[in-house]
Design a protein around this ligand. Structure first.
Ligand code: ZN
Length: 313
């Protein structure tokens, strides 16, 4: 026929982060949908559903930290080193984009007694969470906290409270069906200094509504949820940021990684004469360097910099 084009999948809105304030600026809220971002990650790493949920929650939380970064060259890296079978999980975000990886993204575990994916068991119930904010110009901020449950939303809430002294309510959710991500998203609520107790009480009263965020998102988009959840609290959308899974790796970055191995390791690669192939952990792109190219890198790394005045005879 050719007139009616077949639709492969139901149309989906692009992922987006809403930055919202409530009660005239007394509360800061971030509400986002990350369905496509999480699906891209799941496909790239061939994740099992429980690992999709773990990486999806981690990326959603990291995106929230990412949009808080101000400068163009700033980024945030969140690492979870738990005692679960997934090993280390890592997500890196600049405003609006994120990438993630895990040691073992194909771990499979039986669901919890309540039927939910057992993210806590996959990540581990104890270990370290670290947040590194790269502020450009070689400045960085490092925050450390304990993993409190491995369910990730609680771990982010604990990080904000312990490491940033900012009490926070965090909800992160990923709803899957087989390999498909049906919905994913997150919510962060932060009462700012001076926020009256009545407002905090109101938010606590409403918190059961946010608990199952990915399921709520199957019924309504985030704009509708924002209106419904914060009715009577003057929700104002201050900013909208499109979100995507995007890797920033390049041949130049891979070259720098090779040089950072150090002269000894680089030389042994050259001596082996087989070149070197590097695979990006975040997007699996491969970059191949010939022995001649490795030698050229070695030579340019050895070359001293421009002579400075005091070096001159
Ligand atoms: Zn990459």
């Amino acid at each position: 026929m050719g007139t009616n084009q077949e639709k492969a999948a139901p149309e989906q809105k692009p992922d987006e982060m809403l930055q919202i304030d409530l009660c005239g600026g007394q509360v800061r809220v971030m509400l986002c949908e990350t369905t496509r971002t999480v699906q891209t990650c799941a496909d790239l790493h061939a994740c099992t559903p429980v690992c999709t949920a773990a990486l999806g929650r981690l990326m959603t939380g990291t995106l929230m930290l990412g949009v808080m970064m101000k400068g163009k060259d700033e980024s945030v890296t969140v690492t979870l080193k738990g005692d679960g079978p997934m090993g280390t999980l890592m997500a890196v975000s600049e405003p609006g984009r994120v990438r993630a990886c895990a040691d073992n993204p194909q771990v499979d575990l039986p669901p919890r007694a309540d039927g939910k994916l057992d993210v806590g068991a996959a990540v581990g119930h104890s270990g370290r969470m670290s947040v590194v904010k790269d502020l450009g110009l070689k400045k960085s901020y490092i925050g450390q906290s304990e993993i409190v449950s491995g369910e990730i939303a609680m771990d982010f809430a604990n990080y904000f409270t312990v490491s940033e002294q900012q009490p926070s309510l965090v909800a992160l959710g990923v709803l899957t069906s087989g390999d498909a991500v049906l919905k994913a998203g997150g919510l962060l609520i932060q009462p700012l200094p001076g926020c009256p107790d009545e407002v905090i009480d109101q938010l606590e009263l409403r918190s059961p509504m946010f608990a199952d965020i990915s399921r709520e998102m199957t019924f309504a988009d985030i704009d509708t949820l924002c209106r419904d959840w914060f009715r009577g609290m003057e929700p104002r959308i201050l900013e909208r940021t499109p979100l995507e899974y995007k890797c920033t790796c390049s041949r130049e970055r891979m070259e720098r990684a090779l040089i950072s191995l150090g002269a000894k390791d680089l030389q042994s690669l050259i001596d082996e004469g087989k070149g070197a192939e590097l695979t990006c952990h975040f997007c699996h792109s491969r970059h191949f360097f010939t022995t001649e190219q490795l030698q050229a890198m070695m030579d340019s790394a050895k070359k001293p910099g421009e002579p400075r005045e005091e070096d001159e005879p």
